[in-house]
Design a protein around this ligand. Structure first.
Ligand SMILES: Cc1cc2nc3c(=O)[nH]c(=O)nc-3n(C[C@H](O)[C@H](O)[C@H](O)COP(=O)(O)O)c2cc1C
Length: 392
């Protein structure tokens, strides 16, 4: 395969030739995840559009566009003063792989690739002119340049979390693949301020701009984030994802464990720096007596777990308990404070990131985390059929 731009080209008046080793391989790759429910995303922050192709979605899955749109609406920017003010409607179009039912609204998958498209409508590339040759600390700028020798500096290009809109669209479809599964997420920590878990109420999550399950934390986070925002700074957060109704038996040991794949997909979300399943890192402080989930036979003749420290997965296989995963998001790197860096010409520079940014990207990561877990479950549901021949 030939590198598309194998011929030297001008880059800001200088001749740029891709390194020889890139000229014989297609080096932009790894944009696909999943084995049977296989999602490929494409597109950049400041291109005309972005989207995904879901190849392997079974035939006969019924959904309405508004159901997919509801997930995208949850992720879209500009919905409160605590997220970026970029205005994108994030309207999703389904281009292929479906037929309309007689009601004209329900779409039915045909088993062929489902392609979905979301247009970018509010790009402001001029915000990024100054950093075309400067590496913003904490961003992917330097790393992309080192790897590819060329970088789309407008909004971070492919490294921008705009791409995650496509994942959320795929996740909307994934939710339909496994009957009876519910995947929900909530923000459980911003900076040092954690929710009180005793107050957990799912009904609260859609009632506040943070997706917080604890109404009492909302004014605390509002005050705290207002201070962070006005200072032009940013802060990290923790998101918890819980999937209920996951059938027992999903997961493909040894190298396709369910927890392994969930961790991998959550880790692939921009700015995620840590993933936990069940007790996660807290398990290091527990004794065997405290940690192992005891079992009894339930009155209904089914096994009953007396706790869920494992987060619903043992030996890489789902147990039928709720699946619990958590991920930590780093503070947004784009901040107004000047930070030390270098430019592409090897000069020391100071960088202050202008443009519109989320002061806490953890908020909008909530629906993205849900989507990635939904995709992992859908993929493993289909893989399990292939492995065992069973329909669970
Ligand atoms: C929903 C969401 C929105 C984001 N928005 C921004 C942003 O406005 N500014 C920023 O510096 N980083 C933002 N990020 C994080 C960057 O995309 C990410 O830090 C960058 O690509 C480098 O990748 P890494 O942090 O995974 O190493 C966002 C992440 C998510 C999940």
């Amino acid at each position: 395969m030939q590198y598309e731009c194998a011929a030297p080209f001008l880059r800001r008046g200088r001749r740029f030739s891709p390194p020889a080793r890139y000229q014989s391989v297609g080096f932009m790759s790894h944009n696909t995840f999943g084995h049977l429910f296989r999602v490929t995303t494409w597109g950049e922050s400041h291109g005309p559009a972005l989207g995904c192709v879901v190849d392997g979605c079974p035939p006969g899955i019924r959904f309405r566009l508004e159901e997919l749109q509801a997930w995208l609406d949850k992720r879209k920017p500009g919905q409160s003063r605590f997220v970026t003010q970029r205005r994108e409607d994030d309207l999703v179009k389904v281009l292929s792989g479906v037929m309309s039912d007689d009601d004209g609204e329900t779409m039915i998958t045909t088993g062929t690739p489902v392609s979905m498209l979301i247009e970018n409508t509010d790009q402001r590339s001029k915000d990024y002119g100054e950093i075309a040759r400067r590496y913003r600390p904490g961003h992917a700028d330097y790393a992309y340049d080192v790897k590819y020798g060329i970088r789309d500096y407008r909004g971070g290009g492919r490294s921008s979390a705009r791409e995650t809109a496509a994942r959320v669209a795929a996740g909307g479809l994934a939710r339909k693949v496994v009957p009876g599964v519910t995947v929900r997420a909530a923000l459980v920590q911003i900076g040092k301020h954690r929710i009180n878990r005793a107050n957990w109420d799912w009904a609260q999550v859609d009632q506040n701009p943070f997706f917080a399950p604890d109404a009492a934390i909302v004014p605390v986070w509002e005050d705290y984030l207002d201070g962070i925002r006005k200072a032009g700074s940013s802060i990290g957060a923790v998101v918890e994802v819980i999937a209920e109704g996951v059938p027992a038996g999903l997961g493909a040991p040894i190298y396709g464990k369910l927890d392994q794949d969930i961790a991998s997909l959550l880790m692939s979300i921009n700015a995620v720096k840590g993933v936990e399943i069940g007790e996660g890192f807290a398990a290091a402080e527990l004794t065997g007596e405290d940690n192992a989930d005891e079992m009894r036979m339930g009155n209904d003749g089914k096994p009953l777990f007396l706790s869920n420290h494992a987060g619903g997965i043992l030996g890489g296989i789902s147990t039928g308990q709720p699946l619990v995963a958590r991920f930590a998001i780093k503070p947004t790197s784009s901040i107004l404070t000047e930070r030390q860096s270098i430019d592409a010409d090897g000069n020391n520079v100071d960088v202050r990131t202008k443009g519109r940014h989320d002061p806490c990207v953890g908020i909008r990561a909530v629906p993205i985390g849900e989507a990635m877990v939904a995709c992992a479950i859908a993929d493993h549901y289909l893989r399990d059929r292939g492995q065992t021949g069973r329909v669970r």
